[in-house]
Design a protein around this ligand. Structure first.
Ligand SMILES: [Fe+2]
Length: 312
């Protein structure tokens, strides 16, 4: 029997950053996204390979995660989810209503247990996407969003209890304590992951490339743009996806990935993978060994947006 969930998939991430223009230029000129709409201090960026009207929204402000956008398959599920979350005491930003921005649609916003703002939407207009060409080094779509949390167990449990996310795999320290949970809302190995960190913040945003060739070319293109690769290139064990992590101009970690595992949810059993085993972090052995120093690069600044709804 298929797992029944009200959340169907990840749509987009919205970030606020102080250096708006620099960040926008980076994502359009170098990272390979397409600007579809903009206003003063606000830009909506799409991936050419994705029918989502946009996958990244940038807004000029103090650094924070503005929103993470998730979809339901229709209005019935959207209302069922809103009713469920309200009954569970989840704090709402606004009730279901018509949405502004590219694609429009209908949706509502809530705070997750730590105060990040989530938007659930449906009935939005899809963008005309195209197949990314062979060797074309631009993202197909947004793959996943990863949060740092000061309380890993509580954050992960919130997504399990309220949104029916499931843990696909976990990374554990040699002493057996949890370090990271990879969480799915569909057959993709993870759409959200939560990592144990010093505070609540964005760990990274990951963008899927067409294949290995395009992922390598994309990574080289970003290196040539003068951006440091903080970890990679390699292939994770959890999710079996390739990774190359960079810092964007605002200091957020961003990843090019490809070949993320697609699971048979009915037969999948989560693993707990010890990070002291080299193959857990990188099956290939091409990335430098994960260390405290590398890990710290993605702790990021404390999220200034917790329990504060963004103005748009
Ligand atoms: Fe990732």
């Amino acid at each position: 029997m298929m797992t029944e969930r009200l959340v169907s998939h990840l749509r987009y991430a919205a970030l606020a950053i102080p250096n708006f223009q620099e960040e926008r230029d980076f994502f359009v000129k170098h990272w390979g996204l397409t600007e579809v709409e903009s206003a003063e201090g606000l830009a909506y960026l799409a991936a050419e390979g994705s029918p989502e009207p946009y996958i990244l929204r940038l807004r000029q402000d103090d650094k924070r995660i503005d929103l993470v956008g998730l979809a339901t398959k229709d209005r019935k599920d959207l209302h069922a989810l809103a009713d469920k979350l309200r009954a569970e005491g989840v704090q709402f930003v606004h009730d279901p209503q018509d949405l502004q921005g590219p694609g429009g649609g209908y949706g509502f916003r809530v705070f997750d247990g730590d105060g990040r703002v989530l938007e659930f939407s449906t009935d939005y207009e899809l963008r005309e996407s195209r197949k990314i060409r062979e060797r074309e080094p631009i993202p197909v779509k947004l793959s996943h969003v990863v949060f740092n949390t000061a309380d890993l167990a509580t954050t992960a449990q919130w997504y399990i209890d309220h949104l029916d996310f499931a843990i696909s795999d976990s990374l554990v320290r040699p002493d057996g304590t949890d370090l990271m949970h990879f969480m799915r809302c569909n057959e993709n190995h993870h759409s959200i992951a939560v990592a144990s960190g010093p505070h609540h913040s964005l760990h990274h945003l990951s963008f899927e490339m067409r294949g290995i060739e395009e992922w390598m070319r994309g990574s080289g293109k970003i290196l040539r743009a003068g951006t440091r690769m903080i970890w990679g290139p390699g292939r994770h064990n959890a999710g079996d996806n390739t990774f190359a992590y960079f810092l964007d101009p605002a200091g957020n970690t961003i990843e090019y990935t490809t070949e993320l595992a697609v699971l048979d949810e009915d037969t999948w059993h989560p693993s707990r993978m010890d990070i002291s085993e080299l193959s857990t972090q990188d099956q290939w052995g091409t990335a430098q060994e994960m260390s405290e120093l590398v890990a710290r690069e993605s702790f990021n600044d404390i999220d200034k947006g917790l329990f504060v709804a963004p103005p748009v």
